[in-house]
Design a protein around this ligand. Structure first.
Ligand code: NDP
Length: 335
């Protein structure tokens, strides 16, 4: 059984020396409740780079010397479970190796006759589902809206773009190079495709989004996010899915921009940030009064006012407020 293990933690971009190929004999049988699988396709995914770092993220790090993990499609060669028989096509976390011994309950059967086998690792697997759930979590995309996604020809971006187009959105792809841009338009049906390596990228993106951006599916971070920010419409939604532009940075790089730090934390800790302006919600003011006024009446909720006398003192009072010298609600008494 050949297997790739993590030999060293990459500094920046991974290099071949960070990987080591090992060979060892394996038992050709499967114990009770286990299945032995001959791996045929291994999925490679951006998150694997994060697992090479010794840092907290949404996936645990690989240990040094550990077989690199990853999803695989393969066929059962020996089964200790009544649920599988040799020859079954299955998907599981078989890792970077020829054979994998996995608990039967961690393995799922697939139908390679209906949909070609490697697609179960892409559009029909984890990445395709990532696109679908990411859109759903922000309430989907609506007809007439402008939708933008980076890594647009990859499994996540291409699925998200096609779902958005089917919902009636105008879809704008961000991809690396002219060939990928053509692929985005011709194969995946994006209305526009912009090359993020173009020196005029930000300008071209703005031109492709004359009505601004309503839904930005975040796969990239970095310069792409910087170009997107000024184009966002009020009430735009951003499912924060990935930040691949930052994956080769070390754990907490001193030189990471504040924006990169915020976005990383939003992603890793699944934070929900929601901007709001109270005046949008004044229709609910009576609900607030109904709930809170009785409590104030009973003294169960208290307030504090800091009253400054004289209109002539209003500027100074505002200056004090901004400097934190008010205690409670600052009010000017006019006489
Ligand atoms: P892809 O197969 O599309 O591969 C990544 C692509 O990212 C590259 O091909 C490249 O495309 C693009 N890219 C890399 N570096 C940069 C950069 N600096 N600026 C702009 N683009 C860059 O990946 P996936 O479809 O599998 O994943 C897409 C994103 O979704 C990733 O960020 C991934 O981490 C994330 N993800 C998140 C999940 C979650 O649970 N939150 C689950 C699965 C994926 P190009 O040449 O077009 O620039």
């Amino acid at each position: 059984n050949r297997r790739w293990v993590l030999a060293a933690r990459p500094q920046g971009e991974p290099v071949p020396e960070d990987f080591r190929l090992e060979t060892r004999e394996i038992d050709a049988s499967a114990p009770q409740d286990m299945v032995l699988i001959r791996n045929r396709h291994l999925s490679l995914d951006p998150y694997m780079r994060l697992r090479m770092n010794d840092e907290k993220s949404y996936v645990p790090p690989y240990a040094l010397g550990e077989t690199l993990g990853g999803q695989t499609i393969g066929e059962v060669v020996a089964s200790g479970s009544a649920d599988f028989t040799p020859g079954d096509s299955v998907i599981g976390s078989g890792g970077w190796q020829d054979y994998a011994l996995l608990p039967a309950k961690m393995v799922r059967r697939i139908d390679p006759d209906r949909i070609r086998a490697p697609a179960w690792l892409g559009m029909m697997g984890m990445p395709g589902f990532t696109a679908w759930i990411g859109l759903d979590l922000v309430g989907g995309v609506k007809a007439g809206e402008t939708f933008v996604v980076g890594a647009a020809t990859g499994p996540v971006g291409s699925m998200a773009g096609q779902l958005a187009r089917r919902a009636g959105a105008r879809t704008v792809a961000i991809a690396g190079g002219a060939q990928k841009c053509a692929l985005a338009r011709e194969t995946f049906g994006f209305d526009e495709a912009i090359d993020h390596r173009d020196p005029d990228f930000a300008k071209r993106l703005a031109a492709a989004c004359p009505d601004g951006i309503d839904l930005y599916f975040e796969n990239i971070g970095g310069a792409v996010l910087e170009a997107v920010l000024p184009l966002l419409n009020d009430f735009a939604r951003i499912p924060v899915c990935g930040l691949i532009a930052h994956y080769n940075e070390s754990a907490s790089p001193a030189d990471a921009s504040p924006l990169a730090k915020v976005m990383r934390q939003v992603l890793v800790q699944r934070l929900h940030l929601r901007g709001f302006i109270v005046s949008d919600h004044f229709a609910r003011y009576p609900d607030f009064l109904g709930e809170v006024a009785p409590l104030v009446g009973k003294g169960e909720i208290v307030g504090l006012e800091d009253v400054v006398n004289g209109l002539e003192n209003a500027p100074q009072a505002l200056i004090w407020l901004l400097a934190g010298r008010n205690r409670g609600k600052c009010v000017v008494a006019l006489d």
